[in-house]
Write a protein that binds this ligand. Structure first.
Ligand code: SF4
Length: 509
């Protein structure tokens, strides 16, 4: 079925889930470049493939610098002293699907848009689900695209709407009405204004802060509040779902809710894995949510009632993602917390490394069991999630075979991930998700089959209800689509149906 295959591949074009950060300062003699660097380093966990900044000195032009690599490498002292301005935005990127090998800076953000009439720079976190349709319409209007990213489609769309007007809130409002997707974005105009916008369902976090002293006033916008803390700012508030916030040093903060939705859909995965524990998202502390997830797991753990196991048990987190939840488990159970896995800090996060082979090698390089503490023990291993299952399988076997653990009991803070995410996180097909695949194959027995496949002695997942309670929001405020298969976006529901039918048709042939 060549036509279907072609469509299927299309969905696997580049998508990003990233970090964005912006600063504006009323002192035009002050450069915000170092603050952009600090903010992006604080948000490095959200994307490690490339980094970039756009800066502008009020009255001057926008200058953009971007490159593949970690922030500390890309934004070295020479770059920071050269790229100078009192307003700026920055971006860390990780490309989700099949994105290795793209060396062109066209794929790196910020996306600097410039034609004869309009200039702006934009940094974006999310996925535009209906980007193919928007791109097709724009193709028909004669637009030429340099990349295959939804970022460029979004920038071109904004650029087209902005022709003939300087009313940026109106431009963004019109653009948002055409978009179906998860997005938090920041846009810097050539006048030195920054606009921050969050999609109506609020999938991705976005917040604002300030720093005021006798010499200058600064405003910040960031993917996570930890970045505002790191630059010494004061957190003001989250950008609301469907809100556009205008940050300008000439006026005060001005905002408008442009699209209101009955429900919201903050990504639960931010609390489980993605966000930094010292961040507060929509009023919820990520660290405290993880603590509650661990408490839940211990409360329901039947192992704790078996004296033979309890007396021999230690709680070991998978570093670093299992730590917060392990602390909660220990708090509730009273068992000893032991760092039984040594992590090499110089190997990046495995989940966000594109490509299975890369991830597999990275686990081996990254983790080593500490034999002296795990040997002969019942290891209660806490981790955030099981996606494909291969990483978890490797860790369990490391603890048993290299570390000498007597038994390995796996406790997972995220409920089984059964459906793909079309909103920007890289677990693209149901077939690649161990829980999705096994649920189809084994129905009610699928958790037991996952346990066998992974090689753990026991396996317990968080329930969806306990997850919702731990986050402290209602079901209608969260996206739980990867756990339930119920997608909150119209275009995504269509994509999911399309993918199901493609998988079915591939099996037929
Ligand atoms: S599907 Fe899962 S990972 Fe994707 S946005 Fe929803 S909750 Fe987050």
């Amino acid at each position: 079925m060549p036509i279907r295959k072609k469509n299927y591949k299309k969905r696997h074009s580049l998508r990003e889930n990233c970090a964005i950060f912006g600063v504006t300062c009323d002192d035009i003699g002050f450069s915000v470049s170092k603050l952009l660097n600090q903010g992006l380093i604080a948000l490095q966990h959200r994307g490690q493939e490339s980094a970039g900044i756009s800066v502008l000195k009020t009255g001057g032009n926008i200058h953009t610098y971007k490159k593949n690599g970690l922030v500390s490498r890309v934004l070295n002292n020479q770059v920071l002293s050269q790229y100078w301005g009192n307003v700026g935005i920055g971006h860390n990127r990780y490309a989700t699907t099949g994105a290795t090998g793209y060396k062109s800076t066209d794929y790196i953000q910020p996306f600097h848009f410039k034609n004869n009439e309009i200039e702006f720079s934009m940094a974006f976190n999310g996925t535009i689900a209906n980007f193919s349709e928007i791109k097709k319409s724009m193709d028909e209007m004669g637009r030429v695209f340099m990349t295959d990213t939804d970022t460029e489609v979004l920038a071109q769309l904004i650029g087209s709407i902005a022709l003939g007007t300087e009313d940026w809130p109106e431009v963004l409002k019109l653009a948002s009405r055409l978009l179906d997707g998860s997005y938090s974005l920041i846009l810097m105009t050539d006048q030195g204004d920054i606009y921050a916008m969050r999609d109506p369902l609020g999938f991705k976090p976005l917040c604002i802060g300030e720093l005021k002293n006798s010499r200058r006033n600064l405003y910040f916008v960031a993917s996570e509040s930890c970045a505002i803390d790191v630059v010494g700012g004061r957190f003001i508030r989250d950008v609301e779902p469907g809100e556009i916030v205008h940050l300008s040093h000439q006026k005060d903060i001005h905002s408008e809710i442009v699209l209101k939705s009955k429900r919201t859909a903050l990504c639960q995965f931010e609390f489980v894995y993605f966000a930094r524990p010292d961040s507060i998202i929509d009023g919820v502390s990520v660290a405290e949510a993880r603590l509650r997830l661990g408490i839940n797991l211990a409360k329901k753990d039947p192992l704790l009632k078996i004296p033979e196991i309890r007396d021999n048990a230690i709680v070991v987190p998978v570093p670093d993602s299992g730590r917060g939840v392990a602390v909660g488990y220990v708090k509730e159970s009273g068992l000893p917390y032991v760092e039984g896995l040594m992590k090499n800090r110089y190997v990046h996060r495995t989940f966000i490394m594109p490509g299975k082979a890369k991830r597999k090698i990275a686990v081996k390089e990254k983790l080593n069991p500490i034999k002296s503490v795990v040997n002969g023990k019942d290891v209660i291993l806490l981790d955030d999630s099981i996606v494909r299952g291969t990483t978890t399988q490797q860790i369990v076997s490391l603890l048993r075979d290299k570390g000498g653990a007597k038994r390995v009991h796996l406790r997972i803070s995220c409920p089984p991930i059964i459906s793909p995410c079309y909103m920007g996180i890289d677990f693209p097909t149901k077939e690649e998700l161990i829980a999705g695949r096994f649920q189809k194959l084994y129905d009610k027995d699928y958790i037991e089959e996952i346990r066998k496949q992974i090689g753990a002695d026991t396996l317990i997942y968080q329930t969806v209800d306990d997850l919702i309670r731990a986050i402290g929001k209602s079901e209608s405020q969260l996206c739980l689509a990867c756990l339930t298969g119920n997608y909150p976006l119209k275009s995504v529901r269509k994509l999911a149906e399309m993918e199901e039918s493609i998988v079915a048709s591939r099996k037929e042939y």
